[in-house]
Design a protein around this ligand. Sequence first.
Ligand code: FES
Ligand SMILES: [Fe+2]
Length: 401
Amino acid sequence: MRHDEQVRLIKELCAQIDGGTTVDAGGFRRLPTSDYTDPALAEREWQEFFLNGPQCVGLSGDLPEPGSFLTNNDLGLPILATRDHEGTLKAFVNSCRHRGAVVETEERGTKQRFACPFHGWVYDGGGALVGLPKAEHFGAVDSACLGLRPLPAEERHGLLFVHPDPHGTINLDHLLGEWFNDEFPTWHFDELQVLTRDAYEIVSNWKLAMDTFGETYHFSVLHRNTLFNGFHGNVQCYAEHEHLHRMILCKREIDAMRLLPEEDWDITVAGLPVYWIFPNVILMPFEPGCFLVRTYPDRHDPTRHLSRVGFYVKPGLGENDPEVKALLSTLAEKFAEIIRDEDYVMSASQQTAANAGALDYIIFGRNEPALHHYHNTYRTMLGIEELPLHDAETVTAITPD
Ligand code: FES
Ligand SMILES: [Fe+2]
């Protein structure tokens, strides 16, 4: 992020702290709780958002060298992503062209060749069929036409994108917009290395998991013994453009940093940037690296989802310093614990009530603008009427006991 932008944002955070103010969405919006339970809606979002668009399958550090691979089954379709011998991201349907068995069953690793466990057909990192046992008995086939089925793939700013539809197109100019395409290179996500990866199966809709990242109003209550020690709750910068939004959460270190000359100000000391890549990806760059959160619906049950949390660090950080390494690991563990044991416990609690039809609507407050924007973006993209803005009187009047 450009330094003048960092200074501007830090001044805005300071102004909120000093003035006792926060961001203001200008009113309330009500969301039907059925958005978290409706199977028909879940099917539409699955088709539109998860099968009909490029998906982030990790950061460049997840495929650290030529020959690296990862597999992904989060989208129903078995996917194999590789970094080929030239270092280019490639992706394929992870299904053997003989009789369809999943070719690579490991989650990740390094391989020059992928041998199908059924009859031993062999593919290279570029997906080409390079081995067919007992070819003289199997019969003559044109192996040039029987490579793994390619999927569109693109690596940009250190993010790995794969489209689960072989005929799909990836348009990262649109997905990331001019805004994120300008700002992401300044974070050098492409240089980061994986420190930890976690995956949680949570009994909540995937959007409820996303929602927990959408405000800091809850820090002083839910996170009073954890995050609230390091963050000013209910203080944040917020900006949106089209389907994108970015929040800057406010760290308590801002209190000391603001006393320094402006040229020494650093947004990763004063705050925590939170970038939302619609619909299911959140990137949080901070001093040692970045957190990447991705949430995936359960294809068959809108009340469950899978969250993936990755912690990436700058190259070599802690490599020769066990103390730094231990500190980073503790940081990653603590962050993952907070998400799993505090935020997602609330998501599951909200889901229980939504499943029971306890309330027809929930309310997004004036200080939760990311939630307004996220859910209205979601609805607009599905052709559903936007949630209207209400003032205090109308929101009460239309939300009866
Ligand atoms: S299904 Fe893969 S070799 Fe037969
Ligand atoms: Fe939280």
